[in-house]
Each structure stands twice: as C-alpha cells, then as structure tokens.
Design a protein around this ligand. Structure first.
Ligand SMILES: Cc1cc2nc3c(=O)[nH]c(=O)nc-3n(C[C@H](O)[C@H](O)[C@H](O)COP(=O)(O)OP(=O)(O)OC[C@H]3O[C@@H](n4cnc5c(N)ncnc54)[C@H](O)[C@@H]3O)c2cc1C
Length: 341
C-alpha cells in the first residue's frame, strides 16, 4: 500500500501558492482513489500559517521543516528539507507543484532516495489499485499514462489542471522535523529578487483572456507605413484594461533579433506555439496573427478562440478559431479600448 506525501514550500509571506494548493488536490484525489494515507510536508522560514491553511484537508499528519535557512529558494537546503520530510512521512509517492523551486530540487530528492521522478503531470488517478500519472510529450501531441514500481515515486503537477484545495483552515498540529543547517547547505545565498512590478507583468496565467499579438501589428498598413507606436498603445491599453495575459507569435518576438521595429514589452517568454508556450486560458483573442499551424498548436488548451484579421482566408478561417472577425485590428482594438473606458 502506498503512502502519499504532498510537499510544498511556503511563499515569502508564509502562505502557500495557488499552484501548490492545486497539487494538494491532485495528491488528495490520488490518495482517495488508492485508499492510501495522505500526509503533508511543508518547509520555509515559518510553516505555521501554511499548515493552518491546509488544516482541514484530511491529512493524517503535517510535518514541517522551519527556519530562516529554509525560507530561501536554494537547492541544497530545499533538497535537505524535502528529503527529511519524505523520510518522516515514510512516503512512497511524493506529489508537489511543478514551480521552478520544486522542479529544481525534487529530482535531487528522488536521486538521493533511490526513487524516480516524473514532471509536468496533468492527471493523477488510481486504477486497479495502482497510481497512474498522465503527462504530455512532444509539446502535448502525445499523452502518456505512466505507472512505476520504483519508490519513492516523485511527481510534479502542472498548474491550472486541478482546482486549488480550499479545505477549511484551522489550528494545525505540525510535527517539527529537524534538519541541521550546515555550511554546505547555506553556501548559496539569495541577495535580491529582481522581478517586474506586478502591473508591468503581462504574462498572467490566471487571467480569463489570452490576448495574442501577431507580426501584422508592425507591418505596413493601408496608408503604406507601419504604426508601431499606435500598436504598442492599443495592445498595452487593452491588456491593462481587460487584465488579460499577453501572448505573441514567433514572427513578432523574433523581429527584435532581426533589428526591425518591435514592441519592446515582448520577449520570447510571450511566444505561444510549437516552440513557445501552451497557455490554458478560458478564452483567447488573436490579433494581426495569421493563425499558422505552428502557432495554433500552442492554443490547444484555450477554451474559446477568436481572431481579428484582414485576411478572410487566414489560418484562423480554416477551422482554427470559433469566430473570425475580418477587420482592421487597429480599428477594432481602438473601439474596444474606448468601450472599456
Ligand atoms: C519549426 C517551427 C516552429 C515554429 N514555432 C512557432 C511558435 O512556437 N509560435 C509561432 O507563433 N510561430 C511559430 N512558427 C512560425 C509560424 O509558422 C509562423 O511563421 C508565425 O506564427 C507567423 O506569425 P504571424 O502570424 O504573427 O505573422 P504573419 O504570418 O506575418 O501574419 C501577420 C498577419 O497579420 C494580419 N494583419 C496585418 N495587418 C492587420 C490589421 N491591421 N488587422 C488585422 N490583421 C492584420 C495579416 O493579414 C496576417 O495574417 C514556427 C515555425 C517553424 C518552422
């Protein structure tokens, strides 16, 4: 019989991130299906608040590694904390979010404990008494169902697949797990975190709408000249007012490297498609983007798809969008921004 542990680090404010709470739902689902014991392992500067937040999640135990040294996202201390938590829980299956901190350190835990790890899991269920993990390969073109006999089996769960666990909070009893802080654990220190201000951040996985800008925004328009500055205003204006997430085609983000006039707020991180991201927003709106197959494969998890393009024969018209508006995106977005106020 498997024993499952859900592992999470606390955020800077002591809370648990939404992605972690989603992974907790995955762990609970699996434990319920297998009839297995579920425990929770938390690490961070102080795990008390996070433990209280998940007190009502029906876990058999909550173990915690606390201390300033474990507040920093650092491979050595993260691996040491998680290794101790897996041992304390006597766990055979380990479930965590696939955020950058866990994705970096959990493979080290699997290696130290002689186990195996599978990352970016999008489904977790029990079948015939066995744990079955689902994940995509080749940019989600193939889906595989994995079972393993090796233990501990570590699994990192992709964000946006499971609902965040919102079990009632309470006063949790945390069993402290002691991890000696040696010099080897703390050789690396985080000096500062450099991140864009929240209102400058245009990649928003939790937004209801993905707004994609294509290369057409920088091309010559009906008057024979490009209008890149207007394009920037319209795109940022809409993304700000609608609190949408911003995506781009490859052609548009590549232009920067080719020395052409570009939209300076776009980077390769915005690229959607075969060699870019595969976002999961409920709705998507593509503008000045042709809708070619290598771009549209990145839309496979977008619920409702709409596009604005001057060309009635563009890729979106070939069954790739639910609605295609054959119109000038400059005029459409100007009107929409006016309506949004
Ligand atoms: C191996 C490989 C991998 C690739 N991976 C990716 C990927 O991950 N992501 C990706 O995006 N691409 C990828 N591509 C490139 C892809 O094939 C296309 O070249 C790219 O998506 C085209 O970008 P675009 O639609 O923005 O530009 P264009 O093809 O130049 O289309 C511009 C569109 O804007 C429209 N337009 C112009 N002005 C207006 C206006 N005023 N109003 C409305 N519409 C207007 C035009 O009608 C046109 O349809 C890949 C290609 C290869 C070979």
């Amino acid at each position: 019989m498997d024993t499952i542990v859900f592992l999470a680090h606390t955020e800077a404010d002591g809370s648990l991130a939404k992605a972690s709470l989603e992974a907790l739902t995955a762990a609970k689902t699996l434990a319920g299906g297998l009839g297995a014991t579920l425990s929770i392992g938390l690490f961070g500067a102080d795990v008390a608040a996070a433990a209280n937040a998940v007190a009502g999640c029906d876990a058999s135990a909550i173990h915690g590694v606390s201390g300033e040294a474990f507040g920093q996202p650092r491979y050595a201390s993260d691996v040491a904390a998680m290794e101790a938590l897996v041992k304390a829980a006597n766990a055979t299956i380990v479930v965590a979010a696939d955020d950058s901190r866990m994705s970096r350190a959990l493979p080290g835990v699997a290696a130290r404990l002689g186990g195996r790890i599978d990352a970016h899991v999008t489904g977790l269920a029990a079948r015939d008494g066995q744990a079955v993990a689902t994940r995509g390969y080749y940019r989600q073109r193939m889906q595989a169902e994995l079972t393993r006999t090796a233990r501990p089996w570590c699994l990192t769960v992709s964000a946006g697949v499971f609902a965040a666990c919102d079990g009632p909070s309470g006063q949790a009893a945390v069993t402290p797990v002691d991890v000696p802080v040696t010099e080897a654990l703390t050789r690396t220190t985080v000096k500062t975190v450099i991140a864009p201000a929240a209102d400058e951040q245009t990649i928003r996985p939790d937004a209801r709408l993905l707004f994609v800008a294509g290369a057409g925004w920088t091309k010559k328009q009906a008057d024979g000249v490009p209008h890149v500055a207007d394009a920037a205003d319209l795109i940022l204006g809409f993304v700000g007012k609608a609190a949408a997430s911003l995506g781009s085609s490859k052609s548009l983000v590549d232009m920067g490297g080719e020395g052409e006039a570009v939209l300076p707020f776009l980077s390769h991180l915005h690229q959607v498609g075969q060699t870019g991201a595969t976002p999961r927003h409920p709705k998507g709106l593509a503008t000045c983007c042709h809708g070619e197959e290598p771009h549209v494969v990145g839309w496979r998890f977008i619920g409702e798809r709409r596009a604005v393009n001057l060309d009635p024969a563009c890729g979106w018209a070939q069954g790739k969008a639910d609605v295609l508006y054959v119109a000038d995106a400059f005029a459409v977005m100007k009107k929409i921004n006016e309506l949004l106020g």
